[in-house]
Design a protein around this ligand. Structure first.
Ligand code: SF4
Ligand code: SF4
Length: 467
């Protein structure tokens, strides 16, 4: 599908010959059906995860916590440090490639069912429907004068919206500050200024995006809506109105066959437009505002059933299928996306499986190249930084190799490091003066004594007098 086919259709024409048309408020009609149920399930699962996971604990700490001050990301049993930036980079690459792959395969699945803008808007619309009623009642309420009932309904809606937005802001910040500590701060009114600011900011963003801006975010702010058509082709799943079957549109009695009346299957009831959360008419062709939510399919299927016509006048299909040609699931771009996805996922899995939760940094003492010590020996000093990346404490044994007669004079004890901590350890090595002349490449090894497979090796130099 070419980009040119995605034609923007204005919600309303500019009035008075001006260049600016104010956005018309959209009152999406309530809808039930297969895709509505799917969207509801997605909202429950995704928001359930968002609000719930923040409260999970894992081995004594919050299961998912992006601890920015300590520069540590806790993901269940995995603790990532700034040195683990590679994993984050790979994760972002996999997310981007998955988006490309699934968009090429099934169109805007992400927009219709999983995008935060969609799921929170859905939740806000449920509250709106619960407090203000059906589409026609909401329109009447907005048009009518301010009565006690209107004031009550609007106040209830706003109160629930604000509470939900505040809870969302609180939960979001709870992924960056331990959420129980944050909750205690809120209850005792002792929250710091930054936590208060971020909760208010994210709460405000939720309220503004899901309560007021809604489809405007998809239409005017979201960059994905702009470039997603580049991933479409004639085999991508899209939502389409079957023009050949539906036109010419026009009303008819229930059960009456359309063709003898010179009509197509569309009865021009406009229900597909009324349920659309972005307010478009899918009968005008695929438009970039369409988030592929399937609401118009549910509405039209319902109408078709009532009229005694087959369902699917609006349906998920491909451009090739619409023109009676075969749809190809396997095509070059899918293979390229799948191969890249496989490589990135494989690299991430491999690096996670082979990851050693231990880092050893060795820095030579800069004050003296070497010292002569008792016993006719030459000594070199080092500063070791031992970083235990694991979520439990470990004891490590230091070892040396690479030179005849080289011995460790300090530390002589095991090195104990608490979980997720750094220990700075001074170390001294010595070697007989007769063998120590010149520069020698040596290696320090650090191995956990209480866990197999945790060991690292770091190369450095041992320097003695010039031979
Ligand atoms: S819901 Fe179906 S029948 Fe009604 S206007 Fe839309 S396409 Fe036509
Ligand atoms: S046209 Fe249909 S699928 Fe597209 S956004 Fe509107 S209701 Fe959803």
């Amino acid at each position: 599908m070419s980009v040119a086919r995605l034609k923007p259709v204005p919600a309303s024409e500019p009035s008075g010959g001006g260049f600016y048309a104010a956005a018309e408020k959209i009152y999406p009609r309530e809808i039930s059906g297969r895709f509505a149920r799917l969207r509801q399930a997605a909202v429950v699962v995704l928001l359930g995860l968002f609000y719930g996971v923040a409260w999970l604990d894992w081995h004594g700490h919050q299961a998912v916590l992006f601890d920015l001050p300590a520069r540590k990301f806790h993901l269940f049993g995995l603790t990532l440090w700034p040195q683990d930036f590679l994993y984050l980079a790979l994760l972002l690459i996999i997310a981007a490639l998955s988006l490309f792959f699934f968009t090429a395969l099934a169109g805007r699945l992400w927009c219709g069912y999983a995008c935060p803008q969609t799921v929170w808007t859905e939740l806000f619309v449920w509250i709106e429907q619960w407090t203000e009623g059906t589409r026609s009642r909401r329109m009447k309420l907005d048009r009518g004068p301010w009565t006690a009932e209107k004031l009550l309904r609007k106040t209830l809606k706003q109160t629930l919206w604000v509470a939900l937005a505040a809870w969302t802001g609180f939960t979001f910040v709870g992924y960056f500050t331990p959420i129980r500590m944050l909750g205690a701060g809120v209850v005792s009114l002792s929250l710091g200024p930054w936590s208060t600011f971020w909760i208010a900011l994210y709460g405000l963003a939720t309220y503004g995006n899901a309560g007021f801006l809604r489809e405007q975010v998809c239409k005017y702010m979201c960059p994905y809506a702009r470039f997603q058509s580049a991933m479409f082709d004639k085999d991508t799943l899209i939502i389409s109105y079957d023009e050949a079957r539906g036109e010419p549109r026009g009303p008819r009695r229930r059960g009456a066959a359309p063709r003898p009346l010179g009509l197509g299957d569309c009865i021009d009831c406009t229900l597909c437009v009324q349920v659309c959360p972005t307010g478009i008419d899918i009968r005008k062709g695929l438009q970039y505002e369409c988030i592929a939510c399937g609401a118009c399919i549910d509405a039209c299927d319902d109408v078709m059933e009532k009229m005694g016509s087959p369902r699917g006048l609006i349906r998920y299909t491909t451009e090739h299928a619409m023109h009676g040609r075969a749809t190809h699931l396997v095509r070059p771009r899918m293979l390229v996306y799948a191969a890249l996805l496989l490589v990135a996922s494989g690299a991430l899995s491999w690096s996670l499986v082979t990851r050693t939760p231990l880092i050893l940094d060795v820095i030579r003492d800069r004050n003296a190249l070497y010292r002569e010590v008792r016993g006719d020996k030459i000594e070199n000093a080092y500063a070791l930084k031992v970083i235990n990346l694991d979520d439990r404490a470990h004891s490590y044994r230091l070892g040396v190799s690479g030179m005849d007669g080289l011995e460790l004079s300090a530390p002589t004890e095991l090195i104990s490091v608490p979980p997720g901590s750094v220990s700075n350890i001074p170390a001294r090595l010595d070697a007989p003066a007769a063998r120590a002349g010149g520069v020698h490449r040596i290696a320090l090894t650090l191995a956990a004594t209480d866990a197999s497979g945790i060991s690292v090796r770091e190369n450095t130099r041992f320097i003695g007098p010039s031979p």
